[in-house]
Design a protein around this ligand. Structure first.
Ligand SMILES: Cc1cc2nc3c(=O)[nH]c(=O)nc-3n(C[C@H](O)[C@H](O)[C@H](O)COP(=O)(O)O)c2cc1C
Length: 300
């Protein structure tokens, strides 16, 4: 009998849906016991979000400052797992606060030690920095990252900004004004995610995860867009400066978060199109570098 733990945090339920689809083949197998466990905060984040809470989550998300999570039932944490599937959202180019907080908790230490881990990301489209941070966490926890699956919003970057804002602030995953595409990960991609479960099932039963990520990549589990990667890398450098500045401000924090909101608006609507034009201008001359980056970020 193989034991698999699915750890996740979601607000809309999209990530739980993704995790359920991925693990569908495992759930059908009598020789596999699946345990789902949701990470919960002592003080829950709102959903739908209001503007103030949304930006207030920025410094702690980016700087990976933990907040208190509700301890997981010891009946779950005391068991040894053959595999942990960790499904997380990206917040401000970093791991969401709930998942980051859990990874820094005492419970994570024993749970993850010497255990194979597959990370599953459900995000808008910028996840590279978060996964780099995740790799470090898992290394510290002495876990063994064996696979990564990324599901994202396939709409053009700026369109997905408009639709996700509407979704996050209304709580409704529907077509804005009836003309914009539906926000988030498409239902087609969520259903297709079952394919990854077959490879996981195989690897689990054969007790070998060595080729799992190669299979995932063939099935397009991790698509690296070089323009988004560049925009994200540039954004993260500036986010770092903002987060370090804002965290030092106690009384004027709200004011600084408003200034960050203005910066983010300008970065999305002015800086990111410039990055896109530069990306197009240099596209033909950067094939080798692009391929190298793609290979690295697709790997575990
Ligand atoms: C505070 C906040 C910040 C976010 N920042 C990013 C981001 O930097 N990159 C990204 O791709 N998605 C970002 N998202 C989208 C989330 O990763 C995720 O797709 C969304 O919250 C829906 O998750 P859920 O359906 O599991 O609740 C952000 C969402 C929130 C709430």
């Amino acid at each position: 009998m193989k034991n698999v733990l699915v750890l996740y945090y979601t607000q809309s339920g999209q990530l739980e849906d993704i995790a359920k689809n991925i693990t569908h083949p495992l759930a059908e197998n009598k020789d596999i016991t699946l345990t789902f466990c949701e990470i919960k905060m002592k003080k829950a984040f709102p959903f739908p979000w209001d503007k103030e809470s949304f930006f207030d989550a920025f410094p702690e998300s980016f700087l990976e400052i933990p907040t208190e999570v509700i301890s997981i039932d010891t009946a779950i944490t005391e068991k040894k797992y053959d595999l942990i599937i960790l499904a997380y959202q990206v917040w401000f180019l970093s791991i969401s606060i709930p998942v980051n907080s859990f990874l820094k908790s005492y419970q994570a230490k024993s749970l993850f030690k010497d255990t194979p881990v597959i990370t599953v990301i459900g995000c808008r489209n910028m996840w590279i920095g978060a996964q780099e941070k995740m790799k470090k966490h898992l290394l510290n926890l002495k876990a063994n990252l064996v696979g990564n699956i990324v599901l994202f919003d396939r709409s053009p970057n700026l369109i997905s900004v408009i639709t996700i804002v509407k979704w996050m602030f209304s709580g409704e995953k529907k077509k804005y004004l009836g003309i914009f595409p539906k926000p988030g990960v498409s239902q087609k991609d969520i259903i297709h995610a079952q394919i990854f479960g077959f490879y996981i099932e195989q690897a689990l039963l054969q007790e070998s995860f060595e080729t799992l990520q190669d299979h995932f990549i063939k099935e397009k589990a991790v698509e690296v867009d070089d323009y988004l990667l560049k925009a994200e890398t540039k954004g993260a450098r500036i986010f770092n400066k903002w987060a370090r500045l804002i965290i030092t401000k106690k009384r004027s924090r709200k004011l600084w978060l408003k200034a960050f909101n203005v910066y983010l608006f300008l970065a999305i609507w002015i800086i990111s199109p410039i990055v896109y034009i530069l990306h197009l201008l240099t596209f033909l001359f950067t094939k080798n570098a692009r391929n190298k980056r793609k290979k690295y970020y697709q790997s575990v």
